[in-house]
Design a protein around this ligand. Structure first.
Ligand code: G1P
Length: 294
């Protein structure tokens, strides 16, 4: 069994759906309750045993890069004041030296292009990819579920969920050969086809465990759907030598790349927090007039 040690986090996107907020804040730094979106992906990766974190950033992402530095002065202040809870919260954002790196994507040429920029750092071993826009609330973190399944079946693996057929055009979609339990064996994978052309309604969510052969296929790969270099195309091409499995994870996925999804995630996470649940639930169920909402 191969230990999946490295994860790639593509965080170069412009976040135009959140303008003007994202004019000076990277979208991955928008807070879901009280921690930035990127923290959820990093926590999930850590829980799955990831030890090396590779962020693909772009111009304008300095705040995100700085986020992982420790702030000694603030830590000392909180320690002296005996604010241990806050100190613990602060420290989850620290990345131990040598555990993380940043690779710059100078031009937005696509997800496949972003991932292939990590080729040298990933080297010749299987690796994970996490898209931080996809936030997944689950009892067992999604990537951890996948690592366990991958230990049994190997190959390339993508997280999947069932979506309405009309929504398939927003996703990578699997061409299903057969299903066994939570796993779906795929004979193909396509990127953002029209709903009528989608081979199934099993959509790919932003969690991948990939063999280094996918990196090799990405080298020199041309543009695909939307004129971008697509990760989907490299995974599909790799089917020539590597099996592809979809993993129907247990949990709820939120598309935090969209404003509605981000608000839904905020509510779901708030309602799961003992310190917030009562007041948020009261606000949601009270007559709108009582809240001054109309
Ligand atoms: C990317 C992938 C797509 C996948 C999706 C999941 O698309 O290209 O295959 O289904 O993430 O969120 P994006 O949403 O970045 O356009």
């Amino acid at each position: 069994m191969t230990h999946i040690r490295k994860a790639v986090f593509p965080v170069a996107g412009l976040g135009t759906r959140f303008l003007p907020a994202t004019k000076s804040i990277p979208k991955e730094m928008l807070p879901l309750i009280d921690r930035p979106l990127i923290q959820y992906a990093v926590d999930e990766a850590r829980a799955a045993g990831i030890e090396e974190f590779i962020f693909i950033t772009s111009p304008g992402k300095a705040t995100l890069e700085g986020y992982f530095d420790s702030n000694g002065a603030l830590e000392d202040k909180l320690a002296t004041a005996g604010k241990d809870g806050l100190l613990a919260d602060l420290r989850i954002s620290n990345m131990p030296e040598g555990q993380h790196s940043f690779v710059r994507q100078a031009q937005p040429l696509g997800l496949g292009h972003a991932v292939r920029l990590a080729a040298r750092l990933v080297g010749n071993e299987p690796f994970a990819v996490l898209l931080p826009d996809d936030v997944i609330r689950a009892e067992i973190p999604c990537l951890k579920q996948m690592v366990a399944a991958h230990a049994d079946i190997g190959g390339n693996m993508v997280a999947t969920m069932d979506v309405p057929r009309a929504a398939t055009s927003s996703y990578g979609v699997l061409d299903i050969e057969h299903r066994f339990g939570r796993t779906v064996r795929a004979r193909g994978m396509v990127e953002k086809l029209a709903p009528d052309d989608a081979p199934s309604t099993q959509a790919v969510v932003g969690r991948y465990i990939l063999q280094p052969s996918v990196m090799t296929r990405l080298q020199g790969q041309g543009a695909g759907a939307g004129g971008e270099i697509q990760l989907t195309d490299a995974i599909a091409a790799d089917l020539a030598t590597t099996p592809l499995n979809g993993y129907h994870f247990e949990g709820q996925r939120f598309d935090c790349g969209s404003v509605a999804g981000y608000i839904e995630a905020t509510l779901a996470f708030a309602l799961a927090r003992p310190d917030l649940a009562a007041s948020i639930s009261a606000a949601l169920t009270a007559p709108r007039q009582a809240m001054g909402w109309q």
